[in-house]
Design a protein around this ligand. Structure first.
Ligand code: GH3
Ligand code: MG
Ligand code: MG
Ligand code: MG
Length: 318
């Protein structure tokens, strides 16, 4: 927190843009690493013409930082660069778990068959020779990008509700905490747990229970802002990151959701019934700037949730 420099205006706008824009509409980001400036310029032009956003690096020196800031969909990598071997770069990238599924395309003048095999064995998804047909490369990059996005989407999504899964919400929480510190935004974390959900399953069946879970996920999506982040922690427990939200506002929002949910008449397999939820809310402001902010946020919200249950359920507490 204190060690990071304040953001410049442009940087803030870029962050806000990334936060608020629907993820699927993000143009495909291609990072091209090649020491040949003429080739980079040509390919860059072709990627742009195909509606993608290229970033060219003349050497892999700053590639890791670029991966972090650009979040590319595909990396196109030269093999022979002064002082660098593209194969070693690929190995280094593949050792980072977060980049295990990042498509890597080798584009090289090295036509030896054993080089091709090594490139593919090291985790390259394709091995193309120079000179390359621009339309071929652009089409291949787009297809790989879309497939990688679909895969990543699946990895972070809860199958029943379509919300973020546990790992993804914790990951997002870390990101949002860092952002909130830098932008000096308030941030709330809410844990929601359905009341007496076991008896819903026992009385009306597991399928009815599932449909209550999807009803809650729909309500959360309707009631929260697009910039808020919603996940299913597991079972009948949900987590929400209320971005740029002070605690009084967070309590108000969660209370209106609690109220609206309790009004829903579930009608499943001929049964009609209502279900309530309890909610615990914590605020970043009461956690401080140490590295353990996310576990603290979760623990405080969980304690508040426990109090809400003890207070008779159908309750929101901080
Ligand atoms: P409390 O008000 O104290 O939270 O009581 P509860 O019954 O909701 O809590 P408990 O932890 O005893 O039971 C949670 C139930 O949630 C048990 C489990 O069968 C059910 N559950 C968890 N995941 C799913 C799911 O994906 N689908 C369905 N239908 N039920 C689930
Ligand atoms: Mg080269
Ligand atoms: Mg529970
Ligand atoms: Mg419960």
């Amino acid at each position: 927190g204190l060690l990071t420099p304040p953001l410049e205006g442009q940087e803030i706008l870029a962050l806000l843009d990334r936060l608020t824009r629907p993820k699927d509409n993000r143009p495909i980001q291609v990072v091209l690493v090649d020491d040949d400036p003429a080739l980079s310029e040509l390919l860059s032009y072709q990627f742009s013409n195909a509606g993608m956003t290229p970033t060219c690096l003349p050497s892999p020196q700053t590639l890791l930082e670029t991966l972090g800031s650009v979040q590319p969909d595909v990396v196109v990598l030269d093999r022979n660069m002064p002082r660098w071997d593209g194969f070693e770069v690929a190995m280094a990238i593949r050792q980072i778990p977060q980049y295990a599924t990042l498509p890597l395309v080798f584009l090289t003048a090295d036509k030896r068959p054993d080089s091709r095999l090594r490139g593919l064995a090291l985790g390259g998804d394709d091995y193309l020779h120079k000179p390359v047909d621009g339309a071929h490369l652009a089409t291949l990059v787009r297809a790989r990008a879309l497939r990688a996005r679909a895969l990543r989407e699946k990895i972070v999504t809860d199958g029943l509700t379509g919300l973020l899964n546990h790992a993804a919400i914790v990951h997002e929480a870390q990101h949002q905490v860092a952002l909130a510190h830098r932008l000096k935004w308030p941030l709330c974390f809410a844990l929601v747990d359905l009341d007496h959900f076991k008896s819903v399953n026992d009385t009306y069946g597991h399928q009815a229970g599932d449909s209550v879970l999807t009803a809650l996920s729909r309500l959360l999506r309707q009631r929260l802002r697009r910039s808020d982040i919603i996940g299913r922690m597991g079972g009948e427990e949900f987590a929400i990151l209320l971005v740029d939200t002070p605690i009084d506002k967070g309590l108000e929002v969660m209370n209106s959701i609690r109220e609206a949910f309790s009004q829903i008449k579930h009608s499943i397999n001929g049964h009609r019934f209502t279900v309530t939820l309890s909610c615990g809310v914590s605020a970043l402001a009461s956690v401080g700037h140490d590295g353990d902010a996310v576990p603290s946020l979760i623990r405080l919200a969980d304690e508040a949730l426990y109090q809400a249950k003890a207070a008779g359920r159908n309750t929101v507490l901080m």
